[in-house]
Design a protein around this ligand. Structure first.
Ligand SMILES: [Zn+2]
Length: 372
């Protein structure tokens, strides 16, 4: 049976661990110890080396007692900054906050706790269950760097539930966007701004022309966003700037639309630079690729059944953020990102509550106990 006191103690223990992205060693060691005490082995992959981080992704297998396809439950080990010296504070109204000077780290200690408490109860009760895989990823926050290099050959499941979504427990996202980032490097020609401005090529002017013509913000159909986040260039007030760099990102529920948007920026940049006599190059990186898990797919059916059995009101939504589910979907694994008892994430006012944590654990246990 799920045990509230054990769950709260586990959550607080995990929150107190410093686990910044690429520095998850201590968290990884704690998780190995916890699953070890359940008689399970955790296999750490080579992501630490691949990412120059301190921990790899952890995969834990729970052999099934029912002859059903395996199912994967996932949460990430890292937290965003400020995350050093996190102290959980339990309030009389059953909320849990940080001490106010760090994030709480419910993103994603709430996910880790829900899955681990559910696994503990499952094994303690000895209830029949399908084979299960628990995946605890490193470096999710920097665009899912850990799951991007996950050794997928070790993963057997074709269905996954990623415990990493803000919102009331019972909510799940079946759609997430492609996220691309870009860097535009513009090269002009320096000249004295007073003596010979005519002989210069103004790199900042080129950037300004390009940015003013870009379709920033949300597209008309609401499915794509474009942002320029930083601009830098120039060295002194009396010099025509010979260099300007601007960076930004594109998000879209359509991978094709994101690629199209990028190509439009690329050609606008090239055209404008050559019009002014400069040169420009656009670098880009696709961090995660869009996916959509169909509402009639087995994963969604499983989620609705498990959530209802856990006494929750299941419903689907979309998220405009990436998660490990994007990477799993790329490898042919169908699934959802499920809401996991976290509020105001990525801020020092991040908080959760004991009831929401218990609800997330009930959901995890119900998924583990699915009979078909
Ligand atoms: Zn997260």
């Amino acid at each position: 049976m799920l045990n509230e006191q054990r769950l709260v103690e586990l959550f607080c223990r995990l929150v107190r661990i410093d686990s910044p992205s690429f520095g998850e060693r201590e968290m990884c060691a704690a998780l190995k110890e916890i699953v070890g005490s359940l008689g399970l082995a955790a296999v750490e992959d080579g992501a630490a080396k691949a990412l120059s981080g301190s921990a790899g992704n952890l995969l834990v297998k729970i052999p099934g007692t029912l002859d059903l396809p395996p199912l994967l439950l996932c949460a990430h080990m890292d937290t965003v900054e400020p995350a050093k010296g996190k102290r959980p504070v339990l309030h009389p109204d059953r909320r849990i906050t940080s001490a106010g000077d760090t994030v709480l780290g419910a993103d994603d200690c709430a996910g880790l706790t829900a899955i681990l408490e559910a696994a503990t109860a499952l094994l303690e009760d000895g209830s029949p269950h399908r084979p299960l895989e628990l995946l605890f990823t490193a470096a999710e926050e920097p665009y899912c760097a850990g799951s991007a290099v996950l050794d997928h050959s070790a993963v057997e499941s074709k269905e996954a539930f990623v415990f990493d979504l803000e919102g009331e427990v019972g909510l799940a996202a079946n759609r997430a966007p492609t996220i691309l980032s870009f860097t535009a490097e513009i090269e002009g020609r320096a000249a004295h701004a007073g003596f010979a401005p005519e002989s210069g090529v103004h790199a900042v002017r080129i950037a300004a022309e390009v940015i003013s013509k870009m379709r920033l913000g949300r597209s008309e159909d609401g499915r794509t966003t474009v942002n320029v986040g930083t601009v830098s260039g120039g060295t002194a007030n009396n010099i025509v700037p010979d260099r300007c760099v601007f960076t930004g990102e594109i998000r879209s529920f359509s991978d094709e639309a994101a690629e199209n948007e990028l190509e439009q920026i690329r050609s606008l940049l090239a055209r404008t630079a050559s019009l002014f006599g400069g040169r420009a190059v656009l670098h880009s990186k696709k961090h995660v690729k869009a996916y959509c898990t169909r509402p009639d797919s087995p994963a969604v059916q499983h989620f609705f059944r498990a959530a209802a059995e856990a006494g929750l009101s299941p419903r689907l939504t979309e998220t405009f953020g990436g998660s490990d589910m994007n990477q799993l979907a790329q490898r042919g694994i169908s699934g959802l990102v499920v809401a996991t008892a976290m509020r105001n994430v990525h801020s020092v006012s991040e908080n959760t509550g004991i009831d929401a944590l218990m609800a997330a654990a009930r959901l995890a246990l119900s998924l583990m106990l699915l009979k078909e």
